[in-house]
Design a protein around this ligand. Structure first.
Ligand code: ANZ
Ligand code: ZN
Length: 723
């Protein structure tokens, strides 16, 4: 009896085999062209993987596998973005060392991801919390310092009174802490800052040079928020406006304030020479423009609302005024410098020493990394200082310059630090002399295809582009943009359409799915369930479809007859093969994974209807299916008698001529008279047609046994026989 499809028997076996044969290893030099495929490295949370995590890993895996089969030297790496609050909060709660928590969590993630047969080059695994990694994050910070782009500023920072942590602007959502929802307060504190605003124009302009979805570019542009406007003085109050032409309708001034109130002051409108009142209101931001506006209620909605509420005059005046009339043109940005300090434990220590005599002193390169000390208590302090400040034997040190008493910087870096350059480290992950060698970077960079979540298309992309550009200016990386192409995947939601979350108890663990259906079915299902870019709800029942499909592929092996080349397949069959190759190839390139799978299903159904299937046709199906379902295809490939891996085979190329499946009917003239007709397929050669015509009984009858003098085939029109 034929063997049943049993994923449990084959999946683990092949995963071990691939690990041994190193077929997914990227080589740092090769005659092959390079291809760098990247996913956003995960945060190894305590909950383990849920079925949403692997969606992008599988999608890019399919692209990486196809590229390998097309002859590229592919780098498809993975690692752990492991500093951050959840682990720290867990450590606070349980007293467990975050290092151990991180190790346990990443072990779980690794095991789970490996069970899905994704072709990551595991030899390049990195971990942002590994001192060998964060040594270079610290080194890079010192480069920013050296070039004047890292600086300290006393800033009113966003302060979450519950988490006791300073938040970056982007971590404040509607005035509340992004993590816990507590209303954010302002607190003055010395902070390390990174001058990303120095790169605002280039971050904006260079968007024209990269292949990102338009909505991602728009989001980046809006975040940078460049506007051209004028600064205009209303007596001693300077305002910023993008509409100086509306100045005749400016009936009051609003300066940024905590509540809506009249200040009691009046200033002169330089256009109308009228006295207009000065108000204070929350809707004017203190840190944009000049923090003051001229209110033109007739033209601006917010001003209109305010004018109505407080019965202020509304004047429609279309007297034209231009930039020329007022002030010079200025350019303002919404983008702010990046607050780079965190008063937390589980982050990279900022490698700075404060000396009474010498001031701010960078830790010398030879003393890097500044190791994160082990502590008993991970709780942030009530004063807002980092828990590191409480560890005197660590914080008290000597000045690297003068040898005198000094104190270490006790702030740590934000979560974004490690992820701002990890794609560079993958290129040379073991280097202990440099963050990555220029040779390797020149070979691998830029990333050819980067896929990640929509939630990271603003900040992470902007930050990492900024670091890359900064390093480019120092001639430490070879390209000014790190990512050639960026795409995003949609979330996988829980059944019913809600977001998967532990608190809702609706998280689906891939382990259970692999156990029940196999990894190949899970992979196929995740690709088949809907368009890759769109959010979609998980539906356990639907896993049966892909599983049955794989069973059908499995059974096809019993129908094979050998020794027949693909070209010998009958014409209809050949057209279908080439159509399938074409559609699957193009769909993969455009992330149309769901339609690629359905194309493979149609092909399989057609083969299934045949009594016999040629080995070549079956092999073509397997090769096309291999990136989607790497285990079953490898097993069948072996059963067919191959000794090398299916994943090292050449990706098939379609022949456009063979795809034209329409047949044409040609008239047959004998000595100038139409006597018969013949239906041929477009792919047939002239000789084939001639042979077929002369074999026709009707033609034989008209020829009466004579040899024709000439047979002329006018392509796609007629066949003319002269006797
Ligand atoms: C008069 C006016 C008339 C304005 C009108 C707009 C429309 P963007 O494009 O975002 O740069 N503005 C200036 N500083 C502000 C601040 N700190 N907080 C809130 N609003 C501020 O917008 C610039 C416009 O936003 C400026 O032009 C100003 O209002 C307002 F029909 O001046 B305008
Ligand atoms: Zn000193």
């Amino acid at each position: 009896m034929a063997k049943e499809y049993n994923p449990k028997e084959i999946e683990g076996k092949w995963q071990k085999e691939w690990e041994k044969s190193l077929i997914y290893r990227a080589l740092d030099s090769s005659k092959k062209p390079k291809y760098y495929a990247l996913i956003e490295f995960p945060y190894p949370s305590g909950d383990g993987l849920h079925v949403g995590h692997p969606r992008p890993y599988i999608g890019i895996d399919i692209i990486a596998r196809k590229k390998r089969m097309e002859g590229f030297n592919v780098l498809y790496p993975i690692g752990w973005d492991a500093f951050g609050l959840p682990t720290e909060n867990y450590a606070i709660k349980t007293g467990k060392d975050p290092r151990i928590v991180t190790k346990e969590n990443s072990d779980t993630f690794r095991r789970q991801i490996q069970s899905l047969g994704i072709s990551f080059d595991w030899s390049r695994e990195i971990n942002t919390t590994d001192p060998k990694y964060y040594k270079w994050t610290q080194w890079l910070f010192l480069k920013f310092l050296e070039k004047g782009l890292a600086y300290k500023a006393k800033m009113a920072i966003n302060w979450c009174p519950k988490d006791k942590i300073g938040l970056a602007n982007e971590e404040v959502v509607d005035g509340a802490c992004e993590r816990c929802g507590t209303p954010v307060e302002q607190k003055e504190k010395e902070q390390w800052m990174l001058a990303i605003t120095k790169y605002a124009d280039r971050l904006l302009d260079d968007l024209d040079t990269v292949d990102y979805p338009e909505r991602v570019k728009t989001q980046q542009r809006n975040w940078i928020g460049k506007s051209e406007g004028a600064l205009i003085k209303f007596d001693d109050i300077e305002i910023f406006t993008t509409r100086p032409d509306t100045i005749f309708g400016a009936t009051f001034i609003v300066i940024s304030g905590k509540e809506d109130r009249f200040t009691g002051r009046y200033v002169t409108n330089p256009a109308t020479k009228e006295k207009i009142p000065v108000w204070e209101a929350e809707y004017v931001m203190s840190d944009y423009g000049t923090g003051a506006i001229m209110a033109v209620p007739a033209h601006d909605e917010r001003d209109m609302e305010f004018a109505k509420k407080f019965s202020l005059p509304i004047v429609e005046n279309y007297t034209p005024a231009g930039f020329e009339d007022y002030g010079k043109k200025v350019i303002k940005y919404k983008l702010r410098d990046w607050v780079f300090s965190r008063q937390r434990y589980w982050g990279e220590p900022i490698p700075i020493v404060h000396c009474d005599k010498c001031g701010v002193v960078p830790v010398p390169e030879k003393d890097l990394p500044v190791l994160l000390p082990e502590v008993k208590n991970y709780q942030p302090t009530d004063t807002g200082e980092s828990p590191l400040a409480a560890i005197e034997e660590w914080a008290n040190t000597t000045c690297p310059k003068c040898g005198g008493k000094a104190k270490r910087e006790t702030d740590t870096m934000p979560n974004w630090a490690g992820s701002s350059w990890y794609f560079l480290r993958y290129c040379d992950h073991e280097n202990d002399k440099e963050f990555a060698s220029m040779d390797n970077l020149k070979y691998w960079m830029p990333v050819d295809w980067y896929n990640g979540g929509m939630e990271h298309t603003v900040l992470h992309l902007l930050y990492s582009r900024f670091w890359n550009k900064f390093l480019y200016d120092l001639k430490l990386v070879p390209t000014s943009e790190p990512y050639k192409k960026r795409t995003s995947h949609g979330l996988i939601l829980a059944e019913g359409g809600e977001k998967m979350s532990k608190s809702k108890g609706n998280v689906v663990n891939p382990d259970a799915i692999v156990e029940r259906f196999g990894a190949d079915t899970l992979r196929l299902y995740e690709m088949f369930m809907g368009p890759f870019e769109q959010a979609i709800a998980w539906n356990e029942e639907s896993l049966v479809g892909p599983r049955r499909f794989l069973e059908r592929v499995w059974k096809l092996k019993d129908k094979i007859y050998q020794g027949k080349a693909l070209e010998d397949t009958d014409y209809q069959g050949l057209a279908l093969v080439h159509q399938t190759i074409k559609k699957v190839s193009l769909d993969i390139e455009s992330m149309g994974f769901n339609t690629a799978v359905s194309t493979l299903m149609i092909f399989t159904n057609t083969l299934d209807k045949q009594e016999k299937v040629s080995q070549k046709e079956f092999e073509t199906l397997l090769i096309l299916l291999a990136p989607f379902a790497p285990h079953i295809t490898e097993e069948l490939w072996e059963i067919l008698g191959h000794k090398d891996s299916i994943h090292l085979q050449k990706w098939p190329v379609y022949d456009p001529q063979k795809i034209e499946k329409d047949e044409i009917t040609l008239a047959i003239q004998i000595d100038g008279k139409v006597r018969a007709s013949l239906t041929v397929s477009r792919g047939q050669s002239e000789d084939e047609i001639k042979t077929a015509v002369l074999a026709m009984s009707e033609v034989k009858k008209w020829l009466g046994g004579k040899e024709p003098k000439r047979v002329i085939v006018v392509p796609r029109k007629i066949i003319s026989i002269v006797t």
